[in-house]
Ligand binder design. Sequence first.
Ligand code: KG4
Ligand code: ZN
Length: 342
Amino acid sequence: AQDLFVLGVETSCDDTAAAIIRRRPDGSCQILSNEVWAQHEDHAAFGGVVPEIAARSHVERLDSTIEKAVAVAGIAFDRLSAVAATAGPGLVGGVMVGLTTAKAIALAHDLPLIPLNHLEGHALSARMTEPAAFPYLLLLISGGHTQLIHVKSVGDYVRLGTTIDDAAGESFDKTAKLLGLGAPGGPMVEAAATGGRADRFDLPRPLAQRDGCDFSFSGLKTAVREAATNIESPSGQDVADIAASFQHAAARHLAQRTQKAMEILDPPIGNRRLVVAGGVAANCSVKNMLQKLCAANSWQLMVPPPKYCTDNGAMIAWAGAERIVAGMVPNPHDVMGLAPRA
Ligand code: KG4
Ligand code: ZN
């Protein structure tokens, strides 16, 4: 067994990202570089991510971001084992920019190209920094997705629940917009909530009476809008109180649905390990609530450091390495994992 060196490219939303990781034969990971160019400023004037602008920004910045990742890692292209890139889901313009650039690099240096599902990148991200052994329960909370998944091994995922309306991160982003906090929404709400009273507004507990592990955030959004519009010219303290109340209600909802999944996956099916991933996993209030839930039920909680929770190239590179080791990269030149080639 040899060390694997993988370049990972991530362009599915508004982060232009590239990284190089090394996977050692013992399964440990060394992140040699992790370059992220966040596009927030490009989209700031529009109050949300504009797909057309995102795609163009990726075109402008991806080359230099990859060059920087290669320079920081000090690994020449010809020492790489493979190039991995997000192939979806995401904004199609950006995905095409990243995938095509990765394909060109792979062809030029005769390397295997590994097309990856963005969610698989998040799903395996905790294993870069901690020995998170399979199986585990994954709570994936990002701007586009909110899912509970039984991760049995690389490539073997059983979805237990998903959102029936907005994603968790989306609800943070919409709350930020409503409160006039600007982008990026999640961190802005978290910052605004500091010093706010989380019990001032009695916000709903979505799906509390419903079985299963699905999520719903649209009711919370409506309640936040009502709370905000009921106050004439809100003070800084009002905004802090609304942000804190929303954050608390969102964290409580995430924990309540996760508890349902824990009940399903108690031994002998699972082994009481909860992994959290995606941008919202960077939120301290969410982490604290999940920590309490895990402590009360004797579960182990694993959350990657914030920079590996939000979109990054390292998680894509790592998922590529995991796929190589699992023998899941059969044809090095099969771009979409579809056609066998003679
Ligand atoms: O995983 P990610 O970087 O991109 C997607 O795949 O969507 O997640 C981005 C989402 C955004 O909605 C952002 O507002 C949210 O994660 N987020 C946060 C925090 N940091 C990022 N939400 C709450 N608290 C945070 N600290
Ligand atoms: Zn993501």
